[in-house]
Design a protein around this ligand. Sequence first.
Ligand SMILES: *Cc1c(COP(=O)(O)O)cnc(C)c1O
Length: 370
Amino acid sequence: MPDPMPDPIRPKPGIMDIALYQGGAAHLPGQAEALKLSSNENPFGPSERAREAFARAVHSLHRYPSTDHAALRAAIGEVHGLDPARIVCGAGSDEVIGLLCHAYAGPGDAVLFTEHGFLMYRIYAQAAGATPVSVPERARRIDVDAILAACTGATRLVFIANPSNPTGTMIDAGEVARLAEGLPERAILVLDGAYADYVAGFDGGAALATTRPNVFMTRTFSKIYGLGGLRIGWGYGPRAIVDVLNRIRGPFNLSTAQLATAEAAVRDQDHVAWCRTENARLRGWLSASLAESGVPSDPSQANFILARFADPAEAEACDAHLKAQGLIVRRVGGYGLPDCLRITIGDEASCRRVAHAVAQFKGSSAGGQR
Ligand SMILES: *Cc1c(COP(=O)(O)O)cnc(C)c1O
């Protein structure tokens, strides 16, 4: 048969290069009680006040939601000490990241992120037709000098998550400021603060996004707020950038239920503080337990740890052992870390199950020695 005629209906260049995003697995075949520790979800879920607000939203489902998100922006502004006029809300921070790429990058432009950075930066850069550029890290830490060296006149956006995912490591405020100062004139530094709430006293980069015209911060309700299923995030930065994003976002991008639930959630900072403290305690315990079993991890500032194994084969074997015990963690080969497993910090019982299973695995694979 001759080759078919080329299909005239084709997407824009770049779209077909996008690799489909794979979320963390949620189920194991044949295991009804599997424990999901693969997507950095808060094991305690949202605050009671957020749950109540969500339930109340059922009474107004026939009404269109607010287009300007004024009440939610006011609540975020009050809690974080930020000007609500400089806040934009989206369906997860993913949407805000997407809006930034669509508004500021296109064919011929470069979007930078780091070697082990969040996969959505690449996907949205490609969706916008821009060129994704991955910059090396140094021992699983963001390397500011390497990013600055990779910048060119074509660089429009530089994404870093701080703390980073899947490494859990952080760079300090001085390094972030040095990065912002060193970028080419037309580039925006985007500070992804998805895990900022896990770091006591850390503003996620808000101060820098307040004072610098080229710094923008994104935040989410998916992690410490325990609302990943509801899809709410926000961005904060220069008014000029917020104005641009508002022009291209859907006017009804957030539902009444999303807006009301997020507002109640952000006003309940007691719940956030409790989750932060509990996460830090369990994270310290789990990383020490794994280290005792011969599985090191970098000091994590987030709600997961990146467990390091001897090689990819050992990481794969441990993943299989954990699965057999009903424990779902994240393989991170797609993030350039095939010898690691990313393990979300669950509640205390979950952490004990993980520590026990890893000790068992190392015990058996090392011929009984520990
Ligand atoms: C989880 C995560 C997000 C949050 O995405 P949402 O769309 O808000 O759920 C953003 N950035 C990083 C690095 C993450 O790990």
